[in-house]
Design a binder for this molecule. Structure first.
Ligand code: NAD
Ligand code: UGA
Length: 480
């Protein structure tokens, strides 16, 4: 049968569901797109009058939402009604690493996906295409199918007939460039069995994506390709960061090494920026998922290979905090360190698995007094991540303030608020404004000897050194 898609429901209004559905609505004015979530606060923010208050910061997203919201794009908590009226349902819920039980620490927790499948089974009407948008372990489509089929007999009374086709359509967008990635994807991947269902989903993408970029595979290849893509990308970062450490020890410069190898077209120049270690909600979780899967199939060498990519990343993050302690005469106790950047990368307000979390925790544990500034991350979020309360920074340093107690941190609302009496500045996210700091002016506020630790290679080396500040730059062994 031919499917005519007029009504889409997306379950999960997060970093993937929100932007992806907004772009679909923008390119397919003939389709009504309902994005639903059980989180009322999140939905309220998606419906904010002021488009700057959307729950997700993503360059260009506000403009797309402004064009479509209220026309053919709707955000609500009406899960039941939206499922019932949909011809196609995207499952775009979170799939974090399991915290307890079998597979804890490695396997994906599929309880939200399963809950979605049960909701779809209960409320869907008529022929419905169910699309896995979340990143899932291989064979999850089978679980979804089983739940849908089992419940068909349970809920299907004749006037409420439904039938299902399950497709895998993993998302490859990166946060911070989501709209750009969705508008001009390298490829769209669709895995499935039923030709008509695959065509129906392809037709949606064909509204703006060239046909040759839409790849069709079997459902298991599609699920596995998503995990593999993230594992390969993360592997590049662990590889370059391992070489960065070697550069620091030998007098080489990791940027020069990266340029030299990146010009080999077989290797390519992208994803070779050495940094404080990869963060984000997906790399670690998806590689660990691959590790778990490999172990499940008895492929222990494969599991060890991929696990080492994550282990190296953990080691690398602690390496940075350790070397800061070492450079600051072996102790940071009672010393003030200004942290610039808390998000896991620039152009996002997302802090999930950010390297800043483990590095800040290490430094607090050592007794440092931290000030933290990020252009898009809020105080409450940092409190959640560090598991302890922070205070608002007070502009001019005042010894009587209790925020200068060892192991405490404060939140700077303005970039200028945290330099006073700081022993060191640590750059952890590559926000553009950090490259424009006037180090000459800053140096007058800092305690001597002052240090800049640049874990993102975005600070002007010349300006820092001219301002008589010591500089450590990731992967730079040229000053040893
Ligand atoms: P997220 O946590 O930002 O959003 C998920 C949303 O789903 C939450 O708002 C949650 O309230 C909602 N939800 C969970 N269960 C629900 C239910 N039963 N009914 C209604 N709503 C429910 O997650 P995300 O970052 O958007 O990631 C979603 C999936 O996409 C994950 O599998 C992730 O691996 C994958 N992915 C993420 C990215 C990314 O850059 N964040 C990129 C590609 C793929
Ligand atoms: C990543 C992938 O790039 C997306 O294709 C994928 O869809 C997504 O995961 C997912 O499945 O969630 P994302 O985590 O948003 O996207 O961000 P990336 O740009 O990949 O960065 C991840 C981490 O690696 C960041 O901490 C970043 O700073 C770091 N990184 C990236 C480097 O240290 N060096 C680089 O050269 C590139």
């Amino acid at each position: 049968m031919d499917f005519k898609i007029r009504n889409i429901c997306c379950i999960g209004a997060g970093y993937v569901g929100g932007p992806t559905m907004s772009v679909i609505a923008d390119h397919c004015p003939h389709i009504k797109v309902n994005v639903v979530d059980k989180n009322e606060d999140r939905i309220k923010l998606w419906n904010s009058q002021n488009f700057k208050n959307l729950p997700i910061y993503e360059p260009g997203l506000d403009k797309v939402v402004e064009r479509c919201r209220g026309k053919n794009l709707f955000f609500s908590t009406n899960i039941k009604e939206s499922i019932a009226s949909a011809d196609m349902i995207f499952i775009s819920v979170n799939t974090p690493t399991k915290k307890k039980g079998i597979g804890a620490g490695q396997a994906s927790d599929l309880k939200w996906v399963e809950a979605c499948a049960r909701q779809v089974a209960k409320y869907a009407k008529g022929p419905t295409i169910v699309v896995e948008k979340s990143t899932l372990p291989v064979k999850t489509a089978e679980v979804i199918k089983t739940i849908l089929e089992a419940s068909q007999s349970e809920f299907n009374i004749s006037e409420n007939y439904s039938s299902f086709h399950v497709l895998s359509n993993p998302e490859f967008l990166a946060e911070g460039s989501a709209i750009k990635d969705l508008e001009k994807p390298d490829r769209v991947l669709i895995g499935g069995e039923n030709k008509e269902a695959i065509n129906a989903l392809s037709d949606i993408y064909k509204s703006w994506v060239p046909k040759k970029k839409i790849l069709h595979t079997n459902i298991w290849s599609s699920e596995l390709a998503k995990l593999t893509a993230n594992a390969f990308l993360a592997q590049r970062i662990s590889s370059i960061n391992s070489i960065g450490a070697l550069c620091e020890a030998t007098g080489a410069d990791v940027r020069e090494v990266a340029r030299a190898i990146g010009t080999d077209s077989r290797i390519g120049s992208k994803f070779l920026d050495s940094g404080p270690g990869f963060g984000g909600s997906c790399f670690k979780k998806d590689i660990l998922n691959l590790v778990y899967l490999s172990k499940h199939f008895g492929l222990y060498e494969v599991a060890n290979f991929w696990e080492s990519v994550v282990n190296l990343n953990n080691w690398h993050q602690h390496r940075i905090s350790k070397l800061i302690v070492k450079k600051l005469f072996g102790t940071v106790s009672g010393k003030r360190i200004y942290i610039l950047g808390f998000a896991f990368k620039a152009n996002t307000n997302d802090t999930r698995e950010s390297a800043a979390i483990s590095i800040c925790k290490d430094l607090l544990e050592e007794g440092a007094i931290l000030s933290i500034y990020d252009p898009k991350v809020e105080l409450k979020q940092i409190e959640n991540d560090l598991g302890c309360k922070g205070m608002k920074a007070i502009k001019n340093y005042d010894k009587s303030q209790n925020y200068s107690i060892e192991g405490q941190w404060s939140f700077s609302e303005n970039i200028n608020d945290g330099f006073d009496r700081a022993d060191a500045v640590l750059v952890l996210t590559e926000w553009k404004i950090f490259s424009k700091i006037n180090w000459n002016a800053v140096s007058k506020k800092m305690r001597k000897p002052s240090w800049v630790f640049d874990a993102r290679s975005i600070i002007s080396e010349e300006n820092v050194l001219e301002a008589n500040i010591n500089l450590w730059k990731i992967g730079d062994g040229t000053r040893i």
